[in-house]
Design a protein around this ligand. Sequence first.
Ligand code: 8DG
Length: 150
Amino acid sequence: MSAPSDRSGNLWQAEAVVTPLLIVVGAAIVNDRGQVLAAQRAEPPALAGGWEFPGGKVEPGERDEAAIVRECREELGVEVEVVERLGGDLPLERDRGVLRVWIVRLVAGEPTALEHAALRWLDATQLDDVAWLPADAPLIDELRVRLARV
Ligand SMILES: Nc1nc2c([nH]c(=O)n2[C@H]2C[C@H](O)[C@@H](COP(=O)(O)OP(=O)(O)OP(=O)(O)O)O2)c(=O)[nH]1
């Protein structure tokens, strides 16, 4: 069967080609005591109870670093400074997109669970004490090494 074409004879673009890729950024907030802040999701029901790095979807035209700063304000009420990437692009389970985690440091404020069910500071020996969302799992060993160096 031939592909559909318009009157000028151009092939129609397949929908999958033009669907933009979703990018989710996560903030691994590391303090000078070698701890990282883990956040427990409150919603949606399928993810509630799972632990993640605070963050969310990058908006159209927004840089990852700006999205990280915005999400940390919205979700935790803190100001952060982006330090560097942790790991590569990780496939998301529920969405067609990727997760990018950035190491950040706190520059002002004390994190408050404005949207999460709970927050916990974890050191290198405590990273396995919480159930991370599946997409995050490949990063945890790398984070452990990193925290042990602080
Ligand atoms: N923030 C964050 N999201 C993660 C992580 N791991 C992971 O699989 N996700 C998934 C969960 C969600 O399906 C998606 C993030 O969506 P979200 O609902 O937090 O995004 P958002 O804050 O922009 O929220 P909204 O405006 O769309 O409601 O990425 C992680 O470590 N941090």
